[in-house]
Design a protein. Structure first.
Length: 200
């Protein structure tokens, strides 16, 4: 009984410490910024936008929505010839519809619809990008930038990152800080797994 009490006490103390770390220190913001890398207004010829969560019917998921919104914003800056959207399970097709509705010409959008992970985004998109000359720019969220850029490099495609502040924006909302902390933990586990398997 005493041992169970000590375990419970230590567990609650650890949860409390994590809660204080997340809510009252800049750790979460700092870590998301580190994963995003140095900010850059990167230009290029081919714009790559990666999908995230599965769509519900014709409605894209929230993370995918924000990637599309920023992808369209970068496209409107001008200079790009082609946009490649990547994501299996109907994600890429939903992205294409949304992006085309936002004014990107349909004949400029190329769909990669087989991938089910960041590694597959890189591998399957690399097959398409190999036929496209020019500089490639990758749009994805701040927390995802570190792993996705390195996955593309491992697949033999040099991409310049153009991250947007998904985690950093949500961090400004106090109730959402814990959610971002959890997402950063999941992303860290994926980075460790990718590195251990030689995927980045």
């Amino acid at each position: 009984m005493a041992r169970a009490y000590r375990i419970a006490k230590n567990g609650l103390a650890l949860i409390g410490l994590c809660w204080m770390l997340v809510m009252f220190t800049p750790f979460t913001r700092w870590y998301a910024t580190k994963l995003a890398g140095a900010p850059a207004e990167t230009k290029g010829d081919v714009l790559i936008v990666l999908g995230a969560d599965q769509p519900t019917g014709d409605f894209i998921g929230l993370a995918t929505y924000w990637r599309c919104v920023y992808g369209v914003r970068v496209w409107r800056e001008g200079g790009f010839r082609t946009m490649v959207v990547s994501g299996g399970g109907g994600i890429a097709e939903s992205m294409r519809k949304f992006i085309q509705f936002e004014g990107v010409p349909g004949d400029r959008i190329v769909v990669e619809n087989r991938s089910g992970s960041t590694r597959e985004n890189a591998l399957f998109t690399a097959e398409i990008l190999a036929r496209m000359p020019g500089r490639k720019v990758l749009v994805t969220s701040d927390m995802h930038t570190y792993r996705s850029v390195r996955a593309f490099h491992k697949a033999g495609i040099e991409v310049a990152p153009r991250s947007f502040p998904y985690g950093l924006k949500i961090y400004n909302s106090w109730p959402a800080r814990w959610m971002i902390f959890v997402e950063l933990g999941i992303e860290t586990a994926k980075i460790v797994t990718y590195r251990a398997r030689g995927w980045i």
